[in-house]
Design a protein. Structure first.
Length: 94
């Protein structure tokens, strides 16, 4: 697969945290990815049932309405990369 082809992929980002989706979407856009759809876990199945062409799913393993792993098992029509972002409140605390 050519680099140009990779950047034209449709990516579905599934995360219930607005901060995580903003961060990940910015990183993906900075790397040249253009077709990024952001969804909360409760909307993901609906988006996929609308038969949108999704080439890759990035899914948080920690979701407000269940496990991302469980959601992965329900939807298997595209490659899935599960992830977990841990947030630290204060990195510079003395």
């Amino acid at each position: 697969m050519k680099k140009e082809d990779i950047h034209s992929m449709s990516i579905l980002l599934i995360d219930d945290s607005n901060a995580n989706t903003i961060l990940l979407k910015a990183i993906l856009n900075n790397e040249g990815f253009q077709n990024i759809f952001v969804s909360r876990s409760d909307e993901a199945t609906k988006i996929l049932l609308e038969e949108r062409n999704v080439d890759l799913m990035l899914i948080s393993t920690v979701l407000s309405k269940g496990s991302g792993i469980d959601l992965c098992q329900e939807i298997s029509n595209a490659p899935i990369i599960p992830y977990q972002i841990r947030q630290q409140a204060n990195l510079f605390y003395n």
